[in-house]
Ligand binder design. Structure first.
Ligand SMILES: [Zn+2]
Length: 511
């Protein structure tokens, strides 16, 4: 029975959790109907679904050894509705096995692991997700109950409902297995898709199980492309209000923008897997999570999307950036304020540049985010907020982080006479720190504060908990913020001097 535990922080999985994102941006784009429902302490209940018989297709067999390292072998079988069986042969014998029991503030996910057996040894369960045997052994088997997901956890954990499911190895495979080959035994008519490569035998090669995502189901359809050398695939499952090509084109446009932004070419294939939201929910428009090189997007089939292509573009501007930040950065520590807050702002800028929104909506969104910021006042620094992201609402990481990114962008545009923008910092980041394992906060604060004129800014708003006095600050940039009445209004000031006009035009203001 997974329960919500605010104190849990899972560091191993740099992740985009849509819960806080959707909380923060639920009013950003009015056409969206998404809303966060963070009710995590419901018992997972089994959903018996229409099941396509019990005739299984052997998709791949065999064993491989890559670059001299011996891989473990894993076979995943769908044996019953909402349940999978896993047989694993580890590359070396051990007598202790552990399953991840917490992720994104939810504890107890390993309770779904059942019937754990070790070949040739007596096995006992120590605590939830921890198993020991009296002898070292390499062959194990167990089942995982993938019962009905909830609105809060549906994009974070494995599920299997009806004719499809997402299998995330982070909550399915013991932590002792680091390098594996995977085969799937599926019901007749089902196939499996992943961003991961297959070997000559058709098995998936999985070097980092915690980032591996597989979509299994009946009648999967896909469209592929390359974006300046980067492989991209869109996979659809189930009844959706668009075809795979309709999603591929906006995804390509967004990937081109972020390649230009970072100057960094993603090394492997990226997959965007889209399926109907498998839970009845009248308020949630969509949910998403980006893990490794995979974006999982779950669309509520009951919500009508106006301007579909624009909506998909807006969703992708955030999620696709996570393929780069933080998923392609090898930085340590809690720098969520940057990879979520600054990502929100950069996604908004990108949506404006791609004409998915106009300049008025750009300002309106920032005004709504400011209202969200004001509704949860506190004096924690963004670094402290990032460390405590799962302990509370976690929205300040997003909303204050986004507003700090906006102010930073304004400041360096003015300081440089329009020669430098926040976007330039991304290219600097990727040119220096893709693979160095440094502390994320130290690297990014140093990067943002490198011009002496703005170093006090990061000290005040990132390292310390200075409040954002947006009304006073923005007036210097030719923007007026009125917070009387229902919601704040952010507008271009009636009278602008030449510097202000030039700066606002560089942001997209056209008068
Ligand atoms: Zn995110």
């Amino acid at each position: 029975m997974p329960v919500n535990v605010g104190c849990v922080r899972v560091r191993e999985l740099p992740n985009c959790t849509d819960l806080q994102v959707q909380n923060a941006i639920q009013h950003m784009f009015p056409a969206k109907a998404q809303r966060c429902n963070v009710k995590l302490n419901k018992r997972l209940t089994l959903l018996l679904c229409a099941f396509a018989g019990n005739c299984f297709v052997l998709l791949c067999v065999g064993v491989v050894s890559v670059q001299g390292s011996v891989r473990s072998r894993v076979t995943i079988s769908i044996t019953k509705p909402s349940e999978i069986k896993i047989d694993a042969e580890l590359s070396r014998p051990v007598n202790s096995w552990s399953f991840r029991n917490a992720y994104a503030g939810v504890l107890g996910i390993a309770e779904r692991v059942d019937d754990f057996q070790v070949e040739g040894a007596v096995t006992r369960k120590v605590v939830t997700g921890e198993f020991r045997s009296d002898l070292k052994a390499s062959k194990i088997s167990y089942t995982v109950r993938l019962s009905e997901p909830t609105a809060a956890d549906v994009s974070h954990f494995s599920w299997l409902v009806g004719e499809r499911g997402f299998l995330l190895f982070a909550d399915l495979i013991p932590l002792e297995i680091h390098n594996l080959s995977a085969e799937f035994l599926l019901p007749e008519g089902w196939t499996v898709e992943s961003s991961l490569p297959r070997n000559a035998n058709g098995q998936f090669e999985v070097a980092e199980p915690e980032k591996a995502v597989f979509l299994v189901g009946h009648s999967l359809s896909k469209a592929s492309s390359t974006v300046d050398g980067m492989a991209l695939e869109v996979v659809l499952s189930g009844k959706l209000p668009f075809k795979e090509r309709d999603a591929l084109e906006p995804a390509i446009n967004v990937m081109q923008k972020y390649l230009a932004l970072t100057g960094f070419r993603l090394p492997g294939k990226s997959s965007i897997m889209i399926a109907p939201l498998p839970i009845p929910d009248k308020k949630t428009g969509w949910k998403a999570e980006t893990r490794g090189s995979t974006i999982v997007l779950l669309i509520n089939p009951n919500v009508r999307f106006e301007r579909l292509r624009g909506q998909l573009t807006i969703i992708f501007t955030h999620e696709v950036l996570h393929l780069w930040v933080p998923n392609s950065l090898n930085l340590e520590g809690d720098y969520d304020w940057f990879f979520e807050g600054f990502t929100l702002y950069t996604a908004l800028r990108t949506a404006l540049e791609l004409k998915a929104i106009d300049f008025k909506e750009f300002l309106n969104t920032l005004a709504r985010v400011y209202d969200s910021y004001r509704s949860n006042p506190n004096t924690l620094s963004l670094i402290d907020e990032s460390e405590r992201r799962w302990a509370g609402a976690g929205t300040q990481v997003y909303v204050k982080g986004m507003l700090v990114a906006f102010l930073y962008d304004l400041m360096i545009r003015r300081e440089s006479g329009g020669q430098t923008t926040l976007a330039d910092r991304y290219r600097d980041l990727f040119s220096r720190h893709v693979a160095d394992g440094a502390n994320g906060n130290e690297v990014i604060i140093a990067l943002l504060g490198s011009p002496p004129a703005v170093s006090h800014f990061t000290k005040s708003y990132v390292e310390n908990g200075a409040q954002l006095e947006l009304k006073r600050i923005l007036s210097a940039y030719g923007l007026s913020l009125e917070s009387a009445g229902k919601g704040s209004q952010l507008r271009v000031s009636v009278e602008l001097n030449e510097d202000q006009r030039r700066l606002l035009r560089s942001l997209g203001y056209s008068n």
